[in-house]
Design a protein around this ligand. Structure first.
Ligand SMILES: O=C(O)CCC(=O)C(=O)O
Length: 274
């Protein structure tokens, strides 16, 4: 159980810096993939490890094609925890971001149902920048690790990234994960070269995208769900930045958080320290 080590090369880092994303080799054994697929089943059935509770109570949508998304799965599931807090993942993130310490910002467990060929946008993830949600973080130098639990391409609703969009800075109103009209969002955001690149992954591979990289995903046309586990990672010295942006992580700093306070308590575990 855990992440297979991999040494980031000069070429990997160059690709990440240039395109705003990079696809890793297979990082999970077949056994770990199976265990994480089992973790999905347990989470959606509310079968939790430990005596804790999830961050949010959730109810599955009445729409069978709707995306399911669960934040901080590591609080209540041991398999998710062992992957999203793995030092090997942290080391790869540190090398890509050029940081010497990496902590977990939060994770996501994402399930996109298959529609068996039906056209519906219920499982879409709108074009967005992750940092659009993370403005209470002092840095944009953060990375999302999206780990595939089956072979994933556009046919089963895989992600697409916009090449080089991490160089556009933080774009106003880019917190559009839950909007499902991809064409409308494209019209809004494609004010510069808009080059869509599919993230084609084998089971156990991960795509690492920068917090400013625009990305989104469309319908899963297959008859099987698209399962993933996602780790959002930040530098170890990230702190609460003054501004009006809200994020649930701010609550995890305590009842009277201070601007400048580091996200460095036990809710934000260290994955890697040089
Ligand atoms: O699962 C998807 O299609 C998108 C997920 C996403 O936006 C993310 O992990 O940052």
């Amino acid at each position: 159980m855990g992440v297979i080590p991999y040494n980031i090369t000069f070429a990997d880092k160059k690709r990440f810096d240039q395109d705003g994303y990079w696809i890793s080799p297979k990082l999970l054994s077949d056994e770990t993939i199976e265990r994480l697929r089992g973790a999905h089943d347990r989470i959606w059935n509310k079968d939790y490890d430990g005596a804790g509770m999830p961050l949010h109570a959730f109810k599955l949508s009445e729409n069978p094609h709707a995306l399911r998304k669960f934040d901080n799965g590591w609080w209540i599931n041991d398999e998710v925890r062992s992957v999203v807090t793995d030092p090997n993942l942290g080391e790869m993130a540190a090398k890509l971001l050029n940081e010497d310490e990496i902590r977990l910002w939060h994770d996501q467990v994402i399930y996109k149902p298959g529609t068996s060929g039906q056209e519906t946008t219920a499982g879409n993830v709108g074009w967005h920048q992750d940092y659009g949600y993370w403005k209470s973080s002092s840095t944009t130098n953060m990375v999302t690790v999206w780990i595939a639990l089956q072979d994933t391409d556009l046919n089963n609703g895989g992600m697409m990234t916009i090449l080089g969009s991490h160089k556009w800075g933080s774009v106003e109103g880019s917190d559009t994960f839950f909007e499902q009209d991809m064409a409308k969002l494209k019209q809004r955001f494609a004010t510069r070269d808009w080059i869509e690149e599919p993230c084609i992954l084998k089971a156990g591979q991960a795509s690492f995208h920068h917090a400013l990289t625009f990305h989104g995903s469309s319908t899963n046309f297959t008859d099987q769900p698209r399962l993933s586990v996602v780790a959002h990672l930040m530098p170890g010295n990230t702190f609460y930045k003054e501004g009006r942006a809200r994020h649930d992580n701010v609550r995890l700093l305590g009842p009277r958080p201070q601007f400048g306070q580091k996200f460095d308590n036990e809710f934000f575990p260290v994955l890697y320290r040089q």
